[in-house]
Design a protein around this ligand. Structure first.
Ligand code: IPE
Ligand code: IPE
Ligand code: MG
Ligand code: MG
Ligand code: MG
Length: 302
């Protein structure tokens, strides 16, 4: 298969699945004319029209391996994206990264106000779990309960929220690579890992060993995701990123770029990708979509 064919193929696959998750997000978010209207408008503002939707795409790719119903995966992927969107709204608040631009638009607290942005995060967090509870997403109730627990753990103090705590207390410090890895695996990796596992758990086509391989893949590519985010913050432009470039250095945040330099960080992202692809070896051609997402994560410019 030529590169050109693969690219086109991935683009059309992404297009179909992006439309699917977009429609699902629109459906599960409260309508903007339902009271309290302003909060509901802000929820939609924070979630819709923007974002690469990498986490739902990962869920779809892993779901395909498990022969999962794409309607189920769309709901699981939407739940993860709601958690992710909440994490961004809070991450941008003045008490955290104090950012004014997100997904090419004013951040939620700038467009609305700080209390609304705080409540948007609260409400998105709850909505994610409501989605996981409202629909049948797995063949049996036990698996579905495990999915709820998986997302809760990934978002909590031993996952994303914990990673964010480390991020904030590390400002002005020089972290070792081991410490950086721990922070990144938590603040970003945990939700990426949950995305792939939730997608896979929507179907029953995979055994424990295969689920373990997907988990390892997602752990490595989740770390690569934040390494690349660090590089893009240092080397990308605000216009391309849709968020303020150069913010990490300005705020004195320890990143892979400050620790090992941008060139080495890019190499490390490639090494992580290679190792992640290694974890998929047993799946052969069936893991094509996961491999393509791994490529996108490392090669992306935004
Ligand atoms: C940004 O995530 C924050 C991180 C966890 C790295 P994304 O780069 O996935 O942001 P969107 O969803 O595409 O806007
Ligand atoms: C954010 O990391 C990770 C989250 C859990 C939201 P960053 O602070 O680097 O994300 P950006 O660069 O603002 O998107
Ligand atoms: Mg941050
Ligand atoms: Mg930030
Ligand atoms: Mg960043």
């Amino acid at each position: 298969m030529t590169t050109a064919t693969t690219t086109t193929d991935f683009q059309s696959w992404s297009h179909v699945h992006l439309q699917r998750v977009e429609a699902t997000l629109r459906r599960v978010l409260p309508a903007p004319d339902i009271a309290p209207q302003r909060l509901h408008q802000a929820l939609r503002y924070a979630v819709l029209e923007g974002g690469k939707r990498v986490r739902p795409l990962l869920a779809f790719a892993a779901g395909e391996l498990a022969n999962a119903d794409p309607e189920r995966v769309a709901l699981a992927g939407a739940a993860v994206e709601l958690i992710h969107a909440y994490s961004l709204v809070h991450d941008d608040l003045p008490c955290m990264d104090d950012d004014v631009l997100r997904r090419g638009k004013p951040t939620c607290h700038v467009e609305y106000d700080e209390p609304t942005a705080l409540l948007v995060g609260d409400a998105l967090h709850s909505l994610a779990f409501q989605v996981l509870g409202d629909y049948r997403l797995a063949d049996d109730a036990k698996t579905q309960l495990e999915m709820v627990k998986l997302l809760a753990a990934a978002a909590g103090s031993r996952g994303m929220a914990g990673g964010q705590a480390i991020d904030l207390e590390s400002v002005g410090k020089a972290l070792t690579v081991t410490e950086l890895e721990f922070m990144h695996i938590h603040k970003t990796g945990a939700i990426i890992r949950a995305s792939a596992l939730l997608g896979a758990r929507c179907g029953s086509g995979l055994g424990q060993k295969e689920l373990g391989q997907i988990d390892l893949f997602a752990k490595l590519i989740g770390l690569a995701y934040q390494v690349v985010d660090d590089v893009l913050d240092a080397e990308g432009s605000t216009a391309t990123l849709g968020k303020t470039a150069g913010k990490d250095a300005k705020d004195n945040k320890p990143t892979y770029v400050s620790a090992i330099g941008a060139a080495r960080a890019r190499e490390l992202a490639q090494e992580l990708r290679q190792n992640a692809l290694g974890a998929l070896a047993g799946f052969g051609e069936r893991a094509l979509r996961l491999r393509q997402i791994a490529d996108f994560i490392v090669l992306r410019k935004f």
